[in-house]
Design a protein around this ligand. Structure first.
Ligand code: ZN
Length: 258
């Protein structure tokens, strides 16, 4: 039996390695091996084709910023092909359209991947709006929040990330326009003074209202408890029957009913 000793220093920069979850890490921010891994991850995440490890090495890129300040002639010499550089430049240009949804996971921020980014996109519109509270509201854990807030301070507030050619805006989610369903009201209402008032409230909540139980009706409102012909028809067709419209709309607003 021979003991295998784990290395204690980074093979690339000589820094003392640190154990994190059974894996050894070099924590030196200037470590060339780490920087090229970060650039590689960035290019991969933003789907910049042709910017793999070999190209990164040939172009001697030492930061993400250098991707966006590539010197055409020097790159053509480094890659010994203008055609390759043309393709790469087009890919880089295209990557500038990336939203923060794609961009944030590309920065190799510990614990901040696609999942954390998607969560965050529900509480903020752009990078400048990210705060500890917003991270908490988005459901990010303490460690993830700490990691992100630390990165923001170093790289966004006091660093050069803001100089990168991106909007730093999260994707604008289209407001929910699709109809929730079609409602038919049967009999007298109790939770609304009139059918017109109920219809207006339903429309405001994104429902269509029909006067009879047509094929597209998905919800029947029956607050009177009278088993009308409409109610019977609805019940037979498996349509949801609501007995208190006000509560129904209230619950829906609170997100209890999807
Ligand atoms: Zn290192």
């Amino acid at each position: 039996m021979q003991a295998i000793l784990a290395p204690t220093t980074c093979g690339s920069c000589g820094s003392v390695l640190v154990w994190r979850n059974d894996l050894l890490f070099c924590e030196d921010a200037q470590c060339p091996a780490q920087i090229s891994k970060q650039i590689e991850h960035f290019a991969k995440t933003l789907k910049i084709k042709g910017l793999g490890p070999k190209t990164i090495e040939k172009l001697a890129l030492s930061s993400i910023h250098e991707i966006y300040s590539l010197d055409y002639d020097l790159a053509a010499i480094a890659l010994s092909s203008k055609k390759l550089v043309d393709k790469l430049v087009a890919e880089i240009e295209h990557s500038k359209k990336a939203t923060l949804n794609q961009l944030l996971p590309a920065f190799s921020i510990p614990l901040v991947g696609k999942t954390a980014t998607e969560k965050l996109s529900t509480t903020v519109g752009n990078i400048a709006e990210i705060t500890q509270d917003k991270c908490h509201d988005a459901g990010l854990g303490t460690k993830t929040t700490e990691s992100l807030m630390g990165w923001l301070e170093d790289e966004w507030l006091f660093g050069r990330v803001g100089k990168l050619p991106f909007s730093f805006e999260f994707e604008q989610k289209a407001p929910q326009q699709e109809a929730h369903g079609t409602v038919c009201i049967s009999g007298k209402l109790k939770s609304f003074p009139t059918k017109n008032a109920a219809t207006a409230a339903l429309c405001l909540h994104g429902y269509d209202v029909k006067s009879s139980v047509t094929k597209d009706v998905t919800i029947l409102v029956n607050e009177s408890g009278v088993e009308s012909a409409k109610t019977k028809k609805a019940r037979d067709s498996g349509i949801t029957i609501v007995t208190n419209l006000l509560n129904f709309l209230g619950e829906e607003t609170n997100g209890n009913i999807a």
